[in-house]
Write a protein that binds this ligand. Structure first.
Ligand code: C2E
Ligand code: CA
Ligand code: CA
Ligand code: CA
Length: 277
């Protein structure tokens, strides 16, 4: 099929057309998934790299399709963004996360936080700040223990800045996710009230073997230091990576070396029993 010309490749390439049919099916199935109880949230510990103490959990959404089984977030989140379903889904994730946070806090004297991913589509909703604050306040958790992870995007809109400012002044924190992977990274820091940078795992993956990746991580830490931002390294998979990151002065990390994302019960147990990994 490949030699029939550019326009026909999609039509005649079986694999490609199956993929796009799949996406169409999934897109409509997403609409009922919330009512159908098909979503779950997993919580990946974020640790002090030195002591391995758990300082926070990142909420990560999981979708188990009734016929197809688990669908990766990298597949269904973009579909949920296209349809707008990400708005109620995102509210639900925050609600679940605050409920778990209240449970963890009840079980330990130590401070624990929860990080929740916020889609750029959510950020553009006119009443976002009020709706998110309602959820946090109803749950009774300290808004200062909730951190919203945002990704860089190319547009700048006044209402986005305004929502962020309202949430920030209510005490919520913001982390800039996948830092360094987008062209507008540094510009974003000028107008969005960021507290934390998350170093993308594509740099963390090479930090022990590549001078370039190590240099980039060192530069991110220098920017964070001069702007007084915290830094979390994501995707820490080996002891070598952990050692190099600590050497460079990175305080916090998250990744399969420390723990994979946990069920709510396992996260609660970890907090109650040991509090460190
Ligand atoms: P992300 O926000 O960058 O989340 C980190 C991803 O890295 C997660 O993938 C996590 O499971 C994975 N990860 C953690 N440690 C390691 C490691 O050591 N090695 C490797 N290779 N991967 C690791 P996941 O759970 O598949 O989520 C993928 C993306 O989907 C997330 O990337 C985020 O952008 C999006 N996502 C997940 N949950 C939500 C949500 O509730 N709302 C929104 N808007 N997006 C979400
Ligand atoms: Ca994230
Ligand atoms: Ca990330
Ligand atoms: Ca990512």
């Amino acid at each position: 099929a490949k030699d029939r010309g550019l326009g026909l490749i999609e039509v005649f390439d079986d694999a490609a057309s199956h993929r796009s049919l799949d996406r169409l099916g999934l897109r409509s199935d997403l609409l009922g998934a919330l009512e159908g109880d098909q979503f779950a949230v997993r919580y990946q510990p974020i640790c002090d790299l030195g002591s391995r103490q758990v300082v926070a959990f990142e909420a990560l959404l999981r979708w188990t399709h009734p016929q197809r089984g688990p669908v990766p977030p990298d597949v269904f989140i973009p579909l949920a963004e296209e349809t707008g379903a990400i708005v109620p889904i995102g509210h639900w994730v925050l609600e679940q996360s605050c409920r778990e946070l209240a449970r963890w806090s009840g079980r330990t004297g130590k401070r624990i936080r929860v990080n929740v991913n916020l889609s750029p589509v959510q950020l553009q909703q006119p009443h976002l700040a009020r709706e998110l604050l309602d959820i946090v306040q109803r749950s009774g958790v300290d808004p200062g223990d909730v951190c919203l992870e945002v990704t860089e995007h190319s547009y700048l809109r006044d209402d986005v800045t305004e929502s962020a400012a309202v949430l920030r002044s209510a005490g919520l924190h913001f982390a800039l996710d996948d830092f360094g992977t987008s062209y507008s990274s540094l510009n974003y820091l000028k107008w969005f009230p960021i507290d934390l940078l998350k170093v993308d795992r594509s740099f963390v993956g090479g930090v022990a073997v590549s001078d370039t990746d190590r240099g980039i991580v060192r530069a991110v830490l220098a920017i964070a230091d001069s702007l007084r931002l915290g830094v979390i390294a994501e995707g820490v998979e080996t002891e070598e990576q952990r050692a190099v990151l600590m050497d460079l002065g990175c305080a916090w990390g998250q990744g399969n070396l420390l723990s994979i994302p946990l069920t709510p019960d396992d996260a609660a147990e970890l907090i109650a029993d040991r509090h460190s990994l």
